[in-house]
Design a protein around this ligand. Structure first.
Ligand SMILES: N=c1c2ncn([C@@H]3O[C@H](COP(=O)(O)OP(=O)(O)OP(=O)(O)O)[C@@H](O)[C@H]3O)c2ncn1[C@@H]1O[C@H](COP(=O)(O)O)[C@@H](O)[C@H]1O
Length: 110
């Protein structure tokens, strides 16, 4: 994975917080507020699921890539709206390295 792309995108997303909603899609999402951003995350989640199901039938995975990119992008806008960024998620995933999913789940319930 090229983490630089996420870092560069995160920098752009931070800049867009101060941009005009007329000139920037990201700024327009921030202007509409968290509920609109979450609506987009939900929409793109469903579209990703449908693309994955369709890919099993058609064998064409291009839409899975396209819809997952839309989902990641809107998730990054959500994180930015909450003053978080991809590095926070990468740090959490790194923390889980070498920790079995079963072990990690057991720790959550403690
Ligand atoms: N990676 C993306 C990106 N991926 C998807 N999208 C937009 O996300 C939207 C996808 O949602 P939909 O298909 O549902 O679009 P829609 O129908 O217009 O949305 P609604 O009206 O239903 O809310 C489209 O408008 C896409 O253009 C993105 N918009 C921006 N970026 C990045 O963000 C940067 C800043 O963008 P601006 O803020 O627009 O300058 C860009 O340079 C890109 O790097």
């Amino acid at each position: 994975m090229n983490i630089d792309v996420l870092a560069q995108l995160a920098t752009t997303l931070e800049e867009r917080k101060a941009a005009s909603a007329d000139s920037s899609y990201v700024a327009s999402l921030h202007a509409k507020g968290l509920n609109k951003i979450l609506e987009k995350v939900g929409e793109e989640s469903v579209e990703t699921i449908i693309a994955a199901k369709d890919a099993v039938v058609s064998g064409d995975k291009q839409d899975v890539i396209y819809e997952t990119a839309d989902l990641w992008f809107h998730t990054l806008v959500m994180l930015s709206h909450l003053d978080l960024g991809p590095q926070d998620i990468i740090d959490e995933l790194a923390r889980r390295f070498n920790l079995s999913g079963l072990e990690e789940k057991a720790n959550r319930n403690k």
